[in-house]
Design a protein around this ligand. Structure first.
Ligand SMILES: *[C@@H]1O[C@H](CO)[C@@H](O)[C@H](O)[C@H]1NC(C)=O
Ligand SMILES: *[C@@H]1O[C@H](CO)[C@@H](O)[C@H](O)[C@H]1NC(C)=O
Length: 276
């Protein structure tokens, strides 16, 4: 018996909607130049596209803003998240590696959200902590393992997000948080190409720009144009950036150079304005 490799097997051939590449934006200048690509991209990730007044979970419980954390969700009434939190129907997926601080996940869980953390370094397959927080020994990737190889491999803990959603029987994720050390570009590409991003209400991603990222290739201008094009795809799907955070505590590097006054690390938050 052959395991079906992914939901794409079922749908994409029939509907002919399979896409293998994102749409690349035109170069920022008539002749490709790193200066122009970098300045367009950096301006883009530093500019909110929509305003959000309420971004702090603690304010829900009457605490004042204590630490200035980059992880921000939009709790304004016009978006569904706050309503889903109040009716205890919200779900957070958090992708990352074990040693991060867990504050954001804990406060979402204590607000009543169902929180799923994906962390390949934990000891058992699934651990429940408290009423609302689960840890899963899985790492989210931009492809599923080859089924022929996976059968023989003991530690095949890697799956695409779309596959996990199907397996867990989840239709929607209210918030997807990702701090995946440079795998974010290919993961985001996979979510866009397979339309999984449409099942997500808000995205909070740490993006890394001190090197191209896993499996991103080309010269520097090509890499920056690719990053920019990915974010424009989100905009096309009616995601709007409402918060951007430049991490000044990390090395101030852009593609291995100290340049453009950039940080190696930004945290960006989007709301899906089509999402209900
Ligand atoms: C980078 O590669 C692209 C595509 O191969 C090419 O068109 C462009 O001229 C190169 N840019 C620079 C600045 O070298
Ligand atoms: C460089 O970045 C810092 C921090 O974002 C900012 O305060 C400063 O004005 C920037 N400097 C220049 C020359 O743009």
């Amino acid at each position: 018996m052959l395991a079906l490799p992914s939901r794409c097997f079922l749908f994409c051939f029939v509907l002919q909607t399979v896409r293998w590449h994102i749409e690349l934006q035109p170069w920022a200048s008539p002749t490709p130049s790193l200066n122009y690509e970098a300045s367009r991209f950096l301006k883009y990730i530093s500019t909110s596209q929509i305003s959000c007044e309420h971004m702090n979970l603690n304010s829900l419980k009457g605490y004042s803003e204590t630490t200035k954390k980059p992880w921000s969700v939009c709790l304004d009434e016009r978006f569904s998240l706050i309503h889903r939190i109040r009716s205890k129907k919200c779900r957070l997926y958090s992708l990352g590696l074990g040693n991060d601080d867990n504050q954001f996940e804990l406060s979402m869980a204590s607000s009543g959200c169902e929180v799923h953390r994906f962390d390949p370094s934990i000891k058992s397959a699934h651990i429940q902590q408290g009423r609302h927080l689960w840890h899963h020994r899985l790492s989210i990737d931009w492809r599923d393992p080859n089924p022929a190889i996976a059968a023989h491999k003991l530690h095949s803990n890697t799956k695409k997000l779309g596959t996990v959603l199907n397996e867990f029987g989840h239709q929607k994720i209210d918030v997807l948080k990702a701090d995946v050390e440079s795998a974010e570009w290919k993961i985001l590409e996979n979510l866009i190409l397979e339309d999984v991003v449409e099942q997500i209400g808000q995205l909070v991603f740490e993006v890394h720009i001190h090197w191209p990222g896993f499996e991103v290739s080309g010269n520097d201008s090509t890499v920056v144009r690719y990053w920019y094009s990915l974010l424009r795809e989100l905009e096309l799907k009616d995601f709007r950036l409402f918060h951007t955070y430049k991490d000044l505590s990390k090395p101030q590097m852009f593609l291995k150079k100290e340049a453009f006054n950039a940080s190696s690390c930004y945290t960006l938050s989007w709301v899906n304005t089509r999402w209900k």
